[in-house]
Write a protein that binds this ligand. Structure first.
Ligand SMILES: [Zn+2]
Length: 154
């Protein structure tokens, strides 16, 4: 047991190892592995070939980075990844916020493009933009019904 660990440590000496970008690459590879699993039962074989190809490529890149001796370059790559992530994450969390907010719909004013948050009530309504005063129609197709709003409505 100890001999193996020592060998591994000697092998990894001077090599880059694991970082945030490495974790991301393995995560992405896992996603494509799952996609492969689903696509396998579909008639489109090229999709399976594509996803498994991407999966393999991601593993190769991830392992290449772990074993790389050019730690300077790998650190720069990781820095770049962290910068992109910092830019993308707030954007994504805004999107999921909108998806979670089922009691409102989000519309842009057709005149000034201001973002409006409107109560999700089914039907056709006329709204007035609070910024520029333009009146416009909003149609809500699906209404959100809170599940436990009415205690007598079991
Ligand atoms: Zn407006």
């Amino acid at each position: 047991m100890n001999g193996f660990r020592e060998k591994l440590m000697r092998f990894m000496y001077g090599r880059y190892g694991f970082d945030q970008l490495g974790r991301f690459l393995f995560g992405l590879a896992f996603v494509f592995w799952i996609l492969c699993f689903f696509v396998r039962f579909l008639p489109w074989q090229f999709l399976y070939a594509m996803f498994s190809g991407i999966n393999t490529a991601l593993y190769i890149v991830a392992f290449y980075r772990i074993l790389s001796k050019n730690t300077y370059k790998r650190t720069l790559e990781n820095e770049k990844y962290l910068q992109i992530k910092a830019r993308v994450l707030p954007f994504l969390s805004k999107k999921t916020e909108k998806l979670k907010d089922r009691e409102h719909i989000y519309k842009n004013c057709p005149n000034c493009k201001a973002k409006l948050r409107l109560a999700r009530v089914k039907g056709k309504h006329t709204t007035k933009c609070p910024r520029c005063g333009t009146k416009f129609n909003v149609r809500v197709w699906i209404e959100f019904k809170p599940k436990y709003n009415n205690p007598y409505n079991y």
